[in-house]
Design a protein around this ligand. Structure first.
Ligand SMILES: [Mg+2]
Length: 263
């Protein structure tokens, strides 16, 4: 007996067609080039000023909260009295953004050529996300940007990789989880969200070079393919290849220089 389904609000969308969820930083552009160093520096300075702590303490708070919660903002709002909107604006506003953005060649063409709907899912703030997308000339290619301000629920700020946040965001955007493909550089986000039944693409081409500790080369996190990663790619141009051919048969690619990205 056929099951009746509620009428879709977007009749042009074919059921089962892919819905791309693109992370922003180190996915759609090379944030580790200039933007991440500038954000990290600005966040640390903000924490020094707001909490009256030494620089090394501020750096530890920033990195610790990012690792624990997915975004430094969540730790700062949970454990300290800071103005979240002021913080987001102060550490993500760059008058010289145009000279700081770097991306792969032909990016707009690559994104436009992908079949299906496209959304941006970023732990960054909305104004920053739109500014970067405008610099990249790809803003019009995305039907919506889900930024950290949109991830909030009634109780608290949320961020990737929060599971209930993603479920809610996908409901709001009328995206069945089975149709979603997350393209993302942060493995922890891919790992958590794979459990929800979405497909995962790990992009490693923008990960920063590995640092050496005590003269020992660090293990390169851009290598291998964890079980929760359906595809590992170095460049977004490989995505189109994967939509033509069988995704399972898509070749694995050479690893990039490594490092951990923040979001
Ligand atoms: Mg990222």
């Amino acid at each position: 007996m056929p099951i009746s389904r509620p009428k879709r609000r977007r009749p042009h969308v074919n059921a089962g067609s892919p819905v791309w969820l693109f992370d922003l930083d180190n996915t759609l552009h090379h944030a580790s080039y200039k933007i991440f160093p500038a954000i990290n520096q600005a966040m640390t300075q903000y924490i020094i000023d707001a909490l009256q702590v030494e620089r090394d303490v501020a750096n530890r708070l920033r990195t610790g909260y990012t690792q624990r919660y997915g975004a430094a903002l969540l730790g700062l709002t949970r454990h300290h009295l800071i103005d979240p909107h002021d913080f987001l604006k102060e550490v993500h506003t760059f008058p010289d953004l145009g000279s700081m953005v770097r991306a792969e060649r032909g990016l707009a063409r690559l994104i436009a050529a992908l079949p299906g709907r496209k959304l941006v899912l970023t732990n960054g703030p909305e104004a920053y996300a739109h500014a970067v997308l405008r610099e990249l000339s790809i803003e019009r290619l995305f039907e919506r940007v889900i930024a950290i301000e949109h991830m909030r629920d009634r109780r608290a700020w949320r961020a990737k990789p929060d599971a209930s946040m993603l479920r809610r965001a996908m409901r709001d955007a009328h995206v069945p989880l089975a149709d979603a493909i997350l393209v993302e550089d942060t493995r922890g986000h891919l790992k958590r969200y794979k459990r929800l039944g979405i497909r995962t693409v790990w992009i490693v081409g923008h990960l920063p070079a590995a640092s050496k500790a005590n003269g020992t080369p660090a293990r390169q996190p851009g290598t291998g393919r964890p079980h929760y990663v359906d595809r590992r790619i170095r460049s977004l141009k490989s995505l189109r290849l994967g939509t033509r051919a069988s995704r399972r048969a898509a070749p694995r690619e050479a690893p990039a220089p490594s490092g951990g990205s923040e979001r």
